[in-house]
Design a protein around this ligand. Structure first.
Ligand SMILES: NC(=O)c1ccc[n+]([C@@H]2O[C@H](COP(=O)([O-])OP(=O)(O)OC[C@H]3O[C@@H](n4cnc5c(N)ncnc54)[C@H](OP(=O)(O)O)[C@@H]3O)[C@@H](O)[C@H]2O)c1
Length: 347
């Protein structure tokens, strides 16, 4: 018998992906799944690809249902995890895939979200460079983990080593990021309809208003303690899943490509789930789908005086469920890679 695992929000995209990974995890037994509108339905109806646990029925998302577990993964709309987790003080480990426990600054919370702030949990990006080492160190033994936003993971991991090494100005960061519609969840919305999306692409949350902006700046400040400035623009594109982030930063005087490559090798050379592509090679979304890998390509734009990074990840794996499971593995003292794949699926 493994650890008793519950997944709340099991009928959604993030919850479904957490379930896919947890069902194959050698130390986890998924015993409880919860939903909202789908309560009473079987998992085989709402997530038919999850055959091995299709017999489970969706229960209501409540503290009473979630209480008696070793690990609870929350994959709920933002604003739904905070109060619920307050009612689960005795659950040894809770990992929240939502935003409720990500932001440390109450002003950020008030500016980008609404409702009560329920406190910040340990950030679930193990590879992220921090002032003292890696975010992994903070996850050891953690009991409450905030899994990262998918866009925030891609941009933070792509820029952090350069900022940590002083190779770029953290006050001049620009990121434009393509993301597929699964990033918005399994919801009915006009802009997510096939007829609106296929054959098109459109920017949204333009002008510094996307909710992952303060999260990225918070992650990058883990390195220097100082908050930078980022112009962040997401673009919705017709791919079911995946993120491709092109993030650039103004170079500090004297920075050359060799220094950049050395800094990224130092930061990520030993990381199983970070792949640095070689000179002139840039990752595509298709290279990472289904895997817990983030692939990062680097270039120096000499004329513009900027570092250019291109990062690809699967928003539902490295951008959510994979990060959640990887962080839980670290917190629980398990093999960090348990249940996680470095290889993707293609085409
Ligand atoms: N999608 C991504 O790429 C991604 C990446 C990183 C983080 N996240 C975060 O993960 C969380 C879930 O996202 P998602 O994309 O999986 O959304 P989703 O596909 O819309 O799923 C939402 C889930 O929450 C349940 N739910 C809806 N309203 C609820 C309520 N009032 N109370 C309790 N449960 C409710 C839904 O249940 P029913 O279906 O039964 O109504 C469903 O299981 C969000 O906070 C999101 O920001 C998502």
């Amino acid at each position: 018998m493994g650890l008793r695992v519950a997944v709340a929000g099991a009928s959604g995209y993030a919850g479904g992906e957490i379930l896919r990974l947890a069902a194959a995890h050698p130390d986890f037994d998924v015993i409880t799944v919860t939903g909202h509108a789908s309560v009473g339905r079987s998992l085989s109806e709402v997530q038919p690809h999850l055959r091995s646990i299709g017999h489970l029925n969706l229960q209501e998302t409540s503290a009473a249902v979630l209480r008696d577990h070793d690990v609870v993964f929350l994959a709920l709309p933002h604003g739904r995890s905070g109060a619920l987790s307050d009612e689960l003080p005795d659950v040894p480990l809770i990992v929240d895939a939502g935003a409720d426990h990500r932001l440390t600054d109450t002003d950020d919370w008030a500016a980008y979200y609404s409702g009560d702030w329920h406190g910040a949990w340990t950030c679930g990006i193990p590879e992220l460079p921090t002032a003292h080492g890696r975010q992994r160190d903070a996850l050891v033994g953690a009991r409450r983990i905030a899994a990262p936003g998918c866009n925030a993971s891609a941009v933070s991991l792509a820029l952090a080593p350069a900022i940590a090494a002083g190779l770029v100005h953290a006050g001049d960061l620009v990121s434009v990021l393509a993301v597929g519609p699964s990033g918005a969840g399994r919801v009915l919305r006009d802009d997510l309809l096939a007829a609106e999306l296929l054959g098109s692409a459109h920017a949204y949350a333009v002008g510094g208003i996307h909710r992952h902006t303060p999260e990225i700046l918070q992650n990058l400040a883990l390195v220097t303690g100082r908050r930078g400035t980022l112009s962040f623009t997401p673009v919705l594109v017709p791919m079911a899943r995946g993120v491709l982030a092109t993030s650039t930063a103004r170079l500090t005087d004297g920075t050359d490509e060799q220094a950049v490559r050395e800094a990224y090798r130092t930061a990520y050379g030993d990381e199983r789930f970070v792949h640095l592509t070689g000179p002139g090679v840039f990752p595509a979304v298709q290279h990472v789908l289904g895997s817990n890998t983030v692939a990062i390509g680097l270039a120096i734009d000499r004329r513009a005086g900027r570092l250019v990074t291109v990062a690809a990840l699967d928003n539902l794996v490295k951008g959510t469920a994979g990060a959640a499971v990887q962080s839980a593995n670290i917190a629980l003292g398990l093999d960090e890679a348990a249940g996680l794949a470095v290889d993707g699926v293609a085409p």
